[in-house]
Design a protein. Sequence first.
Length: 166
Amino acid sequence: MDREEGEKEIKKSEEDEDREPEGIAGNVLKGLGDIIPGLGGLIKGLKKSAAFQDRLKVIDAEVEARLKGKGLTEKEGEIYRSRPTVATPKEVPVELFDEGDYWRVIAELPGIEEKDIKVDLEGARVFISVNSSQRKYHREINLACTPKGDLKKVYKNGILEITIEK
């Protein structure tokens, strides 16, 4: 390599050092480097790495996709594709307690209005149904035997408590 080529390499290396990381992730890191002492120098050293630049590009693609409402979940070569997310119904915690002369059923139903909750007793089965604009839910609880008494329900602060005489 002659002197002229060497000077070009040095100049290119200096330009690369002065080059700021590009994209969203690069700008975030630059901003953090300006705020946190010592981080700016670390980022300056890392930006010379091709692997670091590639990772910044992947992070930028993920941020862009998430801003557009798509999550990146699978990698095909160097291209990420998004998989649609499907909301799964959340299971409502329900507990059944044998209290001697009666059963107590406690169900957590936060954010539901009492008028949207329906509780029925058929034989040895208790049915809890929720039908609101926000949520639909149905649960069946089997008791050990058919109760003799009626059920009483109380709903307060998102907790449904059902008492059934044996």
